[in-house]
Design a protein around this ligand. Structure first.
Ligand code: SF4
Length: 239
């Protein structure tokens, strides 16, 4: 299948145009420009839940999916049901070809301990690639202040890794902005956030942050060099 790559100048212009726009304005632009070939990936983090609230008011028919690795916390999966109840948005689960039992049996045990990059590639990246076929653009929930990699992203750009336009409506928001929005709008969120988990991924690779740790992602792949699952790493950043 041939990929329709948008003109880089058009994307640069859109990016300039949307630089000072609010997340709702960015989402409205994305819906006008790309719906129905617009999708969103969410791990049900606070940013994703805030965006789902916004989409429920702008266009609740936008396709949304979650990468269901088989290693998510029960609280995360329950949040999917709470979102459906509150907003009527049914988040599709993108699953790997093999169940956790099949995957671990084929690999002589869990892969996340010794080869977390391979585990993320098999259980997140591969299902994402499959899920986005036929879409032109995807919405992500990253914020620039989360990491030096994410600080390099644009509001709108071409994602070379997945051959999609990538839209980051919360790029300029802070952690505090996100939580102020959640509280003001009574947005459902993962209860683990109230128990020392500011950032939540798969349970084998996520722990609560420790006293004195200021990085909100300090509990992700703690003790390893790995800081990203590969969805938002440098080689997928926009032109
Ligand atoms: Fe595997 Fe951990 Fe990546 Fe989840 S976060 S896919 S368990 S390595």
């Amino acid at each position: 299948m041939s990929i329709q790559i948008p003109d880089t100048a058009d994307l640069a212009e859109a990016n300039t145009h949307l630089k000072g726009a609010s997340p709702q304005e960015i989402l409205a632009w994305a819906c006008t420009t790309y719906f129905p070939k617009l999708t969103m990936a969410t791990a049900f983090g606070p940013e994703g839940c805030a965006i789902l609230h916004m989409l429920s008011e702008i266009n609740p028919k936008v396709h949304v999916f979650n990468l269901d690795t088989g290693y998510q916390f029960p609280e995360t999966l329950q949040l999917r049901d709470r979102i459906a109840e509150r907003y009527g948005i049914e988040v599709e689960l993108a699953r790997p070809a093999q169940s956790v039992a099949e995957y671990e049996a084929a690999n002589g045990g869990p892969v996340y301990t010794a080869e977390p990059d391979r585990c993320c590639a098999d259980r997140k990246i591969a299902p994402l690639r499959k899920m986005v076929v036929g879409f032109d653009a995807w919405i992500s929930s990253i914020r620039a202040d989360q990491s030096i990699h994410r600080a390099k992203a644009d509001v709108v750009g071409w994602d070379k890794k997945f051959n999609l336009v990538k839209i980051n409506p919360l790029l300029r928001w802070s952690h505090r902005d996100v939580w102020a929005f959640i509280m003001a709008n009574d947005v459902p969120y993962n209860p683990l956030h109230d128990h020392g988990y500011p950032s939540i991924g798969c349970f084998p690779c996520t722990r609560a942050v420790l006293p004195g740790e200021t990085d909100e992602r300090a509990g992700r792949w703690a003790g390893q060099a790995k800081t990203e699952c590969g969805l938002h790493s440098l080689d997928s950043s926009q032109l």
